[in-house]
Design a protein around this ligand. Structure first.
Ligand code: ATP
Ligand code: MG
Length: 406
């Protein structure tokens, strides 16, 4: 019987990584064929985990760099992340640090022992004005010139772009510069170096709204779906086996039914709550009644929901201030009623004073985000429903009290 350690937080790899064999095979195949990729998926599906696991499986035949630009505010910050990532490979670092000799000179005796954080501060001091282009290009040239193929996994680019778009002193021009540069570099080194992008908000909707979509037409979309029922049930039984819990099939099935969508993080989170309940009540068997109780009292409680509050925060990041109130009301209406019929959208637009001629475009743009990032989907009768029953119930509990249905 397979076992799995319960993890509810950061990315997972190795023996903590469950399933996804087909997706990994496909992703690795694309990477070996040197495609540049954009991983498309809703929140908490396991994008970062998939990239990390793929990186580990590529093994020593490849140079693998993981770059997280969540905190990056401009193009120079991204170049710093790229350069500091090369520190993991001694021969590369020897070369790339020479591009920053002046900046690193004050720390030259200590540069091998100081923390990555300090290295990044020093590297950042070596970038001013527009020279991120040259330094970045030199670094990518060095990477592409290596005798092993190079894979750059770049996580959270949409968050960085969104931050640049919202910043007072940058805006669309700076975001466009960075994206054009990345595209040109990717194409220049085609066949030697491949770039894989992902983000906790969708890249496509962010770029679409800024009129920058053409900058990613070289990326092959790689769609990552929620776990299949079989994969999620296998995960639950491996988690239970690790804790010596008896989780009968009907109880495990009920867990998936309550979640409504097998988002790996939600599966792990639900299991964690069930396990806590078992420990507290000194039980080793999870009954259907216990699962039902834990879902209502723990999964839907207002406490301990950093995870789902995060969904709301990410929505704030993906939309601008003018769009957010309408988006929030669309979600609350759908959450409370269970399904949102298109005519109700017009009533919500009336409430938010959206000019009728602007409505089709405004709603198209909004739904691009809401559907892409996994909040809503269209059902067979053309109504919008929540993808995740957990998110719907949570959203309802949080927003229903002060909301007037249309
Ligand atoms: N393959 C997997 N096996 C087991 N658990 C997983 C797997 N993928 C994701 N998870 C669960 O989801 C959590 C989040 O994973 P990860 O950070 O990779 O998701 P993500 O899609 O990158 O999230 P975000 O949308 O916030 O960027 C993990 O801590 C774990 O609980
Ligand atoms: Mg992630």
């Amino acid at each position: 019987m397979k076992t799995l350690v319960n993890v509810t937080g950061g990315y997972v790899v190795g023996e903590r990584f469950w399933g996804r064999e087909k997706e990994l095979e496909l992703l690795l195949d694309y990477i070996r064929r040197k495609a540049h990729l954009s991983i498309i998926a809703q929140r908490r599906i396991g994008k970062t985990s998939l990239m990390r696991e793929a990186g580990d499986r590529l093994g020593p035949d490849h140079i693998v760099l993981h770059i997280d630009v969540q905190e990056a505010g401009c193009a120079a910050d991204m170049v710093v992340k790229l350069v500091s990532a090369t520190k993991a490979y001694e021969s590369l670092w020897k070369k790339t640090k020479t591009f920053f000799e002046n900046a690193l000179s004050s720390a030259v005796d200590r540069v091998e022992s100081i923390s990555i954080y300090e290295v990044e501060i020093q590297l950042r001091a070596g970038l001013s004005g527009d020279n991120w282009r040259n330094k970045g290009a030199q670094t990518l040239d060095a990477l592409a010139g290596h005798d092993k193929p190079v894979v750059l996994f770049i996580d959270e680019l949409p968050i960085q772009i969104e931050r640049m778009l919202k910043s007072d002193n940058q805006g669309v021009g700076a975001a466009q510069d960075l994206l054009t540069w990345l595209r040109a570099e990717a194409l220049k080194h085609q066949g030697r170096l491949c770039m894989v992008f992902a983000g906790s908000i969708g890249l496509e909707p962010v770029l679409h709204r800024a009129g920058l979509s053409a900058n990613i037409n070289h990326l092959t979309p790689f769609i990552l779906d929620p776990w299949s029922d079989a994969e999620a049930l296998g995960c639950l039984s491996a988690l239970a086996a690790h804790c010596n819990l008896d989780l009968p099939k009907p109880a495990a099935r009920l867990m998936l039914e309550r979640l409504g969508c097998n988002i790996p993080h939600h599966v792990q989170l639900f299991f964690a709550k069930v396990w806590e309940e078992c420990v507290k009540s000194e039980q080793t068997r999870c009954s259907v009644e216990m699962i039902e109780g834990v879902f209502k009292s723990k999964m839907l409680s207002t406490q301990g929901h950093v995870e789902l509050t995060h969904m709301e925060e990410r929505l704030r990041k993906a939309l601008d201030d003018a769009e957010l109130p309408l988006a929030m009301d669309i979600l609350t209406q759908a959450a409370v009623e269970g399904a949102l019929a298109p005519p109700k959208l017009q009533l919500l637009c009336d409430r938010h004073n959206v000019d009728p001629p602007q409505r089709p475009q405004r709603l198209t743009d909004l739904f691009l985000v809401l559907e892409h990032d996994g909040y809503l989907t269209k059902n067979a009768t053309g109504e919008y429903v929540f993808v995740s029953e957990l998110l719907r119930q949570w959203w309802k509990a949080r927003h229903e009290a002060f909301f007037e249905l249309v």
